[in-house]
Write a protein that binds this ligand. Structure first.
Ligand code: SAM
Length: 281
């Protein structure tokens, strides 16, 4: 193994988490490579250890968490089986849609846990895609609860409705999908005096600041309500040198949230990063 010092970025502290150990191994590998020591068995062994640390995490999280319901498994399969490229090429959708947009089992379980702990039952799902987060959340709220989903693309919203119903889930009836730009839908919901305890924000990243502002300005959230925001680590871009338009949007959003002392927030490094924001008053 190359890592001789076992020090994290914080001087004097040992690396004790998968990510900090991985970072340390990689830093040592760069140093070894710069010194021309990359063709050694030790180098290869460290490289293999780094690959194993990085590639094992997501599968292990899934293995050690509760299994998703059969309805969620079915929804995921229907999403995977659909030819999204063809839908994009036919012009059925105005923007790129791909099966990788689906949030997935561990994130679904995480949302369910938050809903059960908080007792939230009026839920807003901004960015439905094929309905995985919507159905996962519907499963975790009581029968009188509701998940209002907002989806821009009519074809995608219809797919979600059909796919959710095809799972045969008894929770499907709690889900209502509204088609259109979520900014407009939020204003409509406010005009109808609707309020929510919990929001999952997973639509277009460029509008994240706008969504959070609209939620607050239009009193769409109860006091103490939770906003759970997906992709706030955006493939690591906000803290690395690579910045795509989505990375810039997320970077700006994270800074916006950070600067607002009225918001209690924490970023969880689950999948592509989830920020939990509690909005008081
Ligand atoms: C990442 S996907 C959502 C994934 C979903 N939450 C899940 O758990 O599988 C983002 C979705 O937001 C939709 N979207 C993008 N811009 C939007 C907008 N302005 N208003 C409403 N939905 C939007 C996209 O069409 C896409 O279906």
């Amino acid at each position: 193994m190359i890592h001789a010092t076992k020090r994290s970025q914080v001087e004097g502290e040992r690396s004790v988490t998968p990510n900090s150990i991985l970072a340390e191994i990689l830093r040592d590998l760069v140093t070894a490579s710069d010194a021309g020591r990359s063709a050694t068995p030790v180098f290869r062994e460290s490289l293999a250890r780094a690959a194993s640390l990085a590639s094992g995490l997501d599968g292990y999280l899934e293995q050690c968490s509760s299994p998703p319901s059969s309805a969620l498994v079915s929804l995921m399969q229907q999403t995977r089986d659909h030819d999204w490229d063809a839908a994009v090429h036919r012009g059925d959708v105005s923007k790129l849609v791909e099966k990788e947009m689906l949030s997935g089992p561990v994130e679904g379980l995480f949302l369910q846990m938050l809903l059960r702990i908080s007792g939230a039952y009026r839920v807003l799902d901004l960015g439905v895609f094929t309905g995985y987060s919507a159905l996962a959340m519907a499963e975790a709220i009581p029968d009188h609860g509701v998940v209002v989903g907002c989806e821009l693309e009519p074809v995608v919203a219809q797919f979600a409705r059909d796919a959710i119903d095809a799972t045969g889930s008894t929770d499907a009836k709690k889900i209502k999908i509204l088609v259109g730009d979520a900014c407009e839908t939020l204003k409509d919901l406010s005009a109808q005096n609707q309020v929510f305890d919990f929001v999952f924000l997973d639509a277009d990243k460029a509008n994240y600041i706008r969504y959070l502002t609209l939620l607050r300005e239009n009193n769409l959230l109860v006091s103490g309500g939770l906003v759970c925001v997906d992709n706030t680590l955006m493939q690591g871009e906000p803290y690395s040198d690579i910045v795509s338009p989505n990375g810039k949007s997320i970077s700006d959003f994270n800074e916006f949230v950070k600067q607002d002392d009225k918001l209690k927030k924490v970023i969880i490094p689950l999948r592509d990063g989830i920020t939990l924001i509690q909005v008081d008053g």
